[in-house]
Ligand binder design. Structure first.
Ligand code: ADP
Length: 275
């Protein structure tokens, strides 16, 4: 199974991603799509008078502060608007897409972090009303059931906690966990950049090849949420996925391009095939 993650940042056109996925699907490839919705969530949060707040965790990762009201807005954007829009586009390409959040059928089970320790103005601060978590397991029975029946599962956060609460989980890491759980060979992570860049404003500085053995040295280039993409790639490879490609979502046939070796290709071994 091929796992594709498409970001929710500015400049992403779902039409090209969906038409490419449709082509692969009609060629007989089994695909699962994970998507984000961060940009849309920010817009909706402003409109609803609950502006987004981003915090930096002690381990240096940027995270959306997700109180209960934010979870509701998050669901409106991710599960309501973006998920249904993607399903609609896929259906227009004769793909029998089915949209599910991590809550549906307990697709993504997560542990909610009881507290979130952040760094603000150089000082540590503990947040207790934050609903974010880490995925513990994936309901692969449900994925296989739908996949074998020919559906294309289209997944978005949130996940569900053991206490039955919706929790915000990172989309890239969710895609990595799904890829690992279904034993996917390929994970393609598409966003609004050509891949991991040495200099963020210069697309000619694309880092083309990384392996699991040297991935840690590339974290210094990744800022903001790109850091999570590298982390997701590392987790997926450690979990048995053969190849992770960070590719550009803004071009025609973005999935096919990424699968042909365009973008940042991250493999488990130095001698991995790039076919
Ligand atoms: P998503 O597509 O999942 O919503 P983002 O758009 O937040 O995720 O992640 C991609 C962003 O990461 C880019 O828009 C870019 O601004 C940022 N970024 C930070 N460091 C780098 C880097 N070294 N190379 C490329 N992009 C980077």
């Amino acid at each position: 199974m091929l796992i594709i993650k498409v970001g929710g940042g500015e400049g992403i056109y779902y039409e090209t991603v969906c038409s490419d996925l449709a082509r692969l699907y009609h060629q007989g490839r089994s695909c699962l799509l994970v998507h984000g919705g961060s940009h849309e969530t920010n817009i909706l949060s402003e409109k609803l008078g609950h502006p987004p707040r981003f915090v930096t965790t002690v381990s240096g990762y940027e995270s959306r502060y997700t109180d209960r009201k934010t979870i509701e807005i998050f669901e409106m954007a991710y599960c309501g608007k973006i998920n249904k829009m993607i399903v609609e586009i896929l259906q227009s390409h004769d793909v029998p897409a089915i949209g599910l959040s991590g809550l549906d059928g307990r697709l993504l089970l997560a542990t909610r972090k009881p507290t979130l320790t952040i760094v603000e103005n150089g000082k540590k601060k503990v947040l207790r009303d934050d609903y974010t978590g880490k995925i513990e397991s994936v309901n692969t029975d449900l994925i296989h059931l739908l996949d074998q029946a020919g559906y294309v599962v289209t997944v978005c956060p949130p996940a569900i906690s053991r206490e039955h609460q919706a929790v915000n989980v990172d989309g890239d890491r969710a895609a990595a966990r799904i890829a690992e759980a279904v034993k996917a060979d390929d994970l393609v992570i598409l966003s609004n950049v050509p891949g991991l860049l040495e200099k963020i404003d210069d697309p000619t500085t694309l880092i083309k090849d990384i392996t699991l053995t040297n991935i840690d040295q590339y974290f210094e280039y990744a800022k903001g949420r790109m850091k999570r993409k590298l982390l997701a790639a590392k987790e997926a490879l450690l979990g048995g996925v053969t190849r992770v490609t960070l590719g550009d979502a803004r071009i025609d046939s973005p999935i096919t391009h990424a699968l042909s070796g365009n973008g940042t290709v991250i493999t488990r071994r130095d001698d991995s095939s790039r076919d």
